[in-house]
Design a protein around this ligand. Structure first.
Ligand SMILES: C[S@@+](CC[C@H](N)C(=O)[O-])C[C@H]1O[C@@H](n2cnc3c(N)ncnc32)[C@H](O)[C@@H]1O
Length: 296
């Protein structure tokens, strides 16, 4: 803690804001490794995961090493770009508002990975970073981020009667599969299929808005590479990659290919709480896909 506070004091003395932000980023990228938190994969206390608390740690060296890696990346990137295209702009907003910032048909390449359909709670899991970097001072400050987040958290939609898909895909079984999910385990109340179907429908409604944004910003012939993982809800396999590809095609984008670079992925709390892992493994498998789209 003492070492961390010294780094914070030092960072505050850096007058150049861009340089200060690089130090803040290096701190944020490493802070959990010298805290008493750990990701298992959600943010929790180290002791709860059976690990010892950290009494001391080479904090300065860790931040310096990270800065060194960042400098190497920046040097590599600059060397890889033509002289007249070495600038970058960071837009700190939701992609779903891309039209406020980008002209139509202005982007050559999109490389991205939206949240998966696994209810990973980004606000909750990045709490240390949000607070230590001054993006939040109290829980209410996180609401804006929660609202902008892709999809909705299951906790916020599980009690609603029925949230449906806001679009139709005639050649897809997406609607039937969500309907099948909706009818499962009604006796489990908010933990039953209806809550998860609401969650999935909200997710795919944002996939639709996401694909609309991709279609809007890409140049003709431009490519989007979208890394996305499938999901299993109440034992029902939800092939998010295929459904996302179908949504994109319905909007007029070309689905070039769905690549599967990782055919296995470690499950998350949804599987553990809703289906026994062994059972899930037997019938379905979690994987990661890259959906390659092209603007016609
Ligand atoms: C699967 S992770 C991808 C992480 C990324 N590959 C990285 O290395 O940082 C999904 C990311 O999407 C972000 N996200 C969620 N909603 C978003 C939105 N509406 N616009 C832009 N990013 C969003 C989350 O905060 C999270 O960092």
């Amino acid at each position: 803690m003492r070492k961390v506070l010294i780094t914070q004091d030092f960072i505050d003395t850096i007058d150049d804001f861009s340089l200060r932000d690089l130090f803040r980023l290096a701190f944020a990228a490493t802070m959990v490794s010298y805290s008493n938190y750990s990701y298992e994969p959600s943010l929790g206390r180290r002791v709860a995961a059976g690990r010892d608390e950290i009494e001391d740690f080479p904090v300065f060296q860790t931040i310096l090493n990270k800065l060194g890696e960042m400098a190497k990346d920046i040097t590599w990137l600059k060397a890889s770009l033509p002289q007249d295209r070495q600038t970058a702009q960071i837009i700190n907003d939701s992609f779903l508002r891309c039209k406020d910032y980008l002209a139509p048909g202005s982007v050559d390449l999109i490389v991205t990975s939206p949240p998966y359909l696994n209810n990973y709670h980004y606000n909750r899991n990045t709490r240390p970073h949000l607070y230590w970097l001054g993006f939040a001072d109290q829980p209410g400050d996180l609401q804006r981020l929660e609202h902008m987040n892709f999809g909705k958290y299951w906790q916020t939609v599980r009690e609603k009667p029925c949230i449906d898909l806001g679009f139709s895909l005639p050649d897809s079984d997406i609607a039937q599969r969500l309907q099948a999910l909706r009818q499962l385990n009604p006796g489990k109340g908010i933990y039953g299929g209806n809550g998860w179907a609401n969650y999935a429908a909200s997710y795919f409604n944002d996939c639709y808005r996401f694909a609309e944004g991709i279609d809007y910003v890409l140049k003709t012939g431009g490519t989007a590479l979208v890394v996305i993982g499938n999901s299993i809800l109440h034992g029902i396999d939800i092939p998010t990659d295929r459904y996302f590809g179908q949504i994109a095609e319905a909007l007029g984008l070309e689905l070039v290919e769905i690549h599967i670079p990782r055919a296995t992925r470690v499950g998350n709390s949804i599987i553990q709480s809703e289906v026994r892992v062994a059972k899930a493994k037997r019938s379905h498998q979690l994987y990661e896909a890259v959906v390659e789209l092209r603007k016609r």
